[in-house]
Every structure is written in structure tokens, then in C-alpha cells.
Design a protein around this ligand. Structure first.
Ligand code: MEV
Length: 432
């Protein structure tokens, strides 16, 4: 089944649903029912969600969970996490509890500089271009005053603009490389508006000073923010790591080895970092931030030394185990979805209305905790034990198992291996 259409965006929501259902779905009545059952009964709330994006036909739910007992710099947080993957919230909660008994997490914002670039081509004399840039630089800044006035009042704004010569990498390619302080805003709109104004001013005045034209290719912020950095850490005496019959020394040594492997082996590093992103993305999403931007920036940082590597590091020194991570995070606690999505507002309230800097610390800690929990399972029991328990519940829910059926089957799988087919066969047996 397939079809094309022009003017889809102009159809009403129910016309859009009818079109997609009749052209792409064979069981159209059931499909329509599934799509519409996710509408919110509150029509205003529904409209708000409809208008976040374009061509909306329904809502796509993700569970919002809470990982409590996170002690960060002496304050205790209950961290909201929006994620579809089972075990992630449980793992974060376990790690939080574990570290609360061992001094909690420490986090520190190292820097908060964001970046944007005007990419342009110029096939003339470099010295002329440099002289022109130095002449025009003050005007680049004054021409953005309408955009920057409010941000400057609050202490932020444009930090600097540099001319960068990239002609060694690409013929005639230069950049206006600008840095910004956007305080509690993620700053994408602010930065992009400034950049587009830089581009206009830069091009408009160029003809007076240069004998070759400037071709503006594009103006856009960078999601690579290696100078918007946060560090999260835990540490304790090695013997304090003794847990569930495993000596602290044995655990710490194996844990450090697991981190060392991710530091040198990209196949492992990607999965290791994916586990970190389980924690990071879940909090980033719950707090209405752009997880794609965060993902892109963090993975680029993971390859900053030329080879993809672990984001976390661990060591044992003088009997002290230390586990830490430094990551770039451009987050906002004002603007964007933060003021629009009612659940995002609640999530930020749960976190005590954090500043962007505080949110950077919380998100980094959630990532570190997730990695700690994953490595603890992987280097001790393996992760399948916990995962399969959750997997079992998912299968039981898929089969609409009753409370009694669940009890009986969970009990059976305490001593039997969970596989999809084994669970299905147990359900069928019970139902015969
Ligand atoms: C699963 O979502 C994440 C893990 O694979 C992470 C890891 O291997 O470190 C468990």
C-alpha cells in the first residue's frame, strides 16, 4: 500500500488520519482506533501537543519514571527520566542508593561557552579579508544589539568572533567562528539569530573593502560544545565498595579493567557510552531539552583524541577508588519546550527549578550512575538476569496476563531461564 499527496499539511487532523489509514494501513478501523485512543481528553492540552510539531496525528507516549536518592554536592534529588527501555530507571536508582551510602556524587561545571559559525567562501586576498574582518568586527556586534540586549542585561551575550581560515582543508573556505554565553537558555535561537545578522552585516559591507565577493554558505550554531563542560565524580575507599559478598578490592580492580577496555576498544566504547546515554537522554528528554543535540555533541567529544573512546574513567590510587566523567552539555532550563510542556515543567519543579548549570550537573551524574550500574552488573552477575525479569513482565503484559497468571509465571521463572518462547508456552499451559 502506498500513495502520494500534495497539501497533506492543509488537511484537518481527522482528514490526515483518514488519509494515512486508508492508504497505508490494511486494518483501517483498528488502526484508527489505536491512533485516536492516545488523544488527550483535555482538548486544550491536546492542541498544545498537536502544535509542537507539524502534521500531528496522535501522541506518542514514553513512560516518565523517577530515580530517587541522588545525592549531588550534598543536595538530594529525585531525578525524572523519560525512557522506554526497562531496567534503566531501576539501575539509576540502585546506583544512587549505593553512592548515597558512600558520600554521594560530586559535580562541577567547568565551562559554559557555546559556539556558532558563519561558513563562507572567498577567493580573494587573505590579508585584505583579515583587515576587513578587523574593521567590521565592532559593527558585527553592534548590529546584533536588538537580539542581544536582554541576554546582555542578564550577563550573557556574544563572547567573541574570530575569522578562521580553513582554506587548507577546503579551497576558499573561511568561517566567522563566534562564541556565546547563553546562561539558562540552551540558546539555539539566540545564537542562530546572531549568526544570521553577522552574515548580513559581513556581506553587506564587504563590497566596500574587498575586490572579490563573499559567498555566505550558511549560518548555524554548532552542537559540538567542548567548552561547555561538566564533570561528575564518585569516590570512596576501595574497601567501602565491598557489596553482596564481593570484596571491594576485587570489585574495584575488575571495574577499572572494564573501563580501561572501553578506553582503548571502540566496539566496547560505543556500547559503554550508549549505557551512559541511557541516563543522559532520559533526563534530557524529561526536562524538555534536545537529546539529538546532546547525543551528537557527546559522541563527537568521545572521539576528540582521534579514536572513539570511553567517556568515563576510573582509577585506584592510595586505596581510593575514583570514577568520573567529563562531558559537553548544552542545556536550557528556560525557553523552548521548558515553558510549554506541562510535564517538563513538573520535571523541572521536581528538580527544584534548576539553573542550566545545575541541570548540567544532574544530567552528567545520571549518566555516570547509569554507567556505574551497567559495569557493576556486567562485571559481576551479567546484565541478563535483571533484564530478563523486566523482559518477562513485558511479555506478560503483551499477552494481557492477569494478576494471578503473572504471579504464577514469575514464580516459575525464578528457577527457569526466561526466553520469549518459554514464557509464551507457560502462558498457553496456564490458559489451557
Ligand atoms: C543497555 O541499554 C546498555 C548496556 O549495554 C551498557 C553497557 O554495556 O555498558 C548495558
Amino acid at each position: 500500500m502506498s500513495a502520494t499527496i500534495s497539501g497533506f499539511s492543509k488537511l484537518s487532523k481527522s482528514q490526515k488520519i483518514d488519509w494515512i489509514v486508508s492508504h497505508y494501513l490494511s486494518n483501517s478501523e483498528t488502526a484508527k482506533q489505536t491512533i485516536t485512543q492516545y488523544f488527550n481528553v483535555d482538548s486544550k492540552l491536546q492542541q498544545l501537543h498537536d502544535e509542537f510539531i507539524e502534521n500531528t496525528i496522535s501522541n506518542y507516549y514514553l513512560p516518565l519514571g523517577i530515580a530517587p536518592n541522588f545525592e549531588i554536592n550534598g543536595n538530594v534529588y529525585a531525578i525524572p527520566m523519560a525512557i522506554e527501555e526497562s531496567s534503566v530507571v531501576a539501575a539509576a536508582s540502585n546506583a544512587a542508593k549505593f553512592w548515597m551510602q558512600r558520600g554521594g556524587f560530586k559535580a562541577e561545571v567547568i565551562s559554559t561557552t557555546k559556539v556558532g559559525q558563519v561558513h563562507f567562501m572567498f577567493n580573494g586576498n587573505v590579508k585584505d579579508l583579515e583587515a576587513y574582518f578587523n574593521t567590521i568586527k565592532p559593527k558585527l556586534i553592534t548590529d546584533t544589539k536588538v537580539i542581544t540586549a536582554n541576554m546582555e542585561k542578564r550577563g550573557g551575550g556574544i563572547l567573541d568572533i574570530e575569522l578562521r581560515n580553513k582554506t587548507k582543508d577546503l579551497n576558499n573556505y573561511y568561517q566567522l567562528h563566534a562564541t556565546f554565553e547563553t546562561l539558562d537558555a540552551m540558546g539555539a535561537n539566540f545564537i542562530n539569530s546572531c549568526l544570521e545578522q553577522f552574515a548580513k552585516t559581513f556581506k553587506a559591507e564587504a563590497e566596500k573593502y574587498l575586490n572579490a565577493p563573499i559567498e555566505i554558505v550558511m549560518s548555524i550554531l554548532s552542537n559540538y560544545v567542548p567548552d561547555c563542560l561538566v564533570r561528575a565524580q564518585v569516590s570512596c575507599k576501595v574497601e567501602d565498595l565491598t557489596h553482596k559478598g564481593i570484596s571491594g578490592k576485587a570489585f574495584a580492580e575488575k571495574f577499572v579493567r572494564a573501563v580501561n577496555i572501553a578506553e582503548i576498544e571502540p566496539y566496547r566504547a560505543v556500547t559503554h557510552n550508549k549505557g551512559i546515554m541511557n541516563g543522559i537522554d532520559a533526563v534530557v528528554l524529561a526536562t524538555g531539552n534536545d537529546f539529538r543535540a546532546v547525543e551528537a555533541g557527546i559522541h563527537a567529544y568521545a572521539v576528540k583524541n582521534g579514536k572513539y573512546s570511553s567517556l568515563t574513567h576510573a582509577k585506584i590510587e592510595n586505596g581510593i577508588f575514583t570514577f568520573w566523567m567529563e562531558i559537553p552539555l548544552a542545556l536550557g532550563t528556560v525557553g523552548g519546550l521548558t515553558g510549554l510542556h506541562p510535564l517538563v515543567k513538573v520535571a523541572l519543579d521536581i528538580l527544584g527549578k534548576p539553573t542550566a548549570k545545575e541541570l548540567m550537573q544532574i544530567v552528567a551524574v545520571a549518566g555516570l550512575a547509569q554507567n556505574f550500574a551497567a559495569l557493576r552488573s556486567l562485571t559481576t552477575t551479567g546484565i541478563q538476569e535483571g533484564h530478563m525479569k523486566m523482559h518477562l513482565m513485558n511479555i506478560l503484559n503483551q499477552f494481557n496476563a492477569s494478576k494471578e497468571e503473572k504471579e504464577s509465571i514469575v514464580n516459575y521463572f525464578k528457577t527457569n531461564t526466561v526466553t520469549h518462547s518459554a514464557v509464551v508456552s507457560e502462558i498457553e499451559k496456564l490458559r489451557q
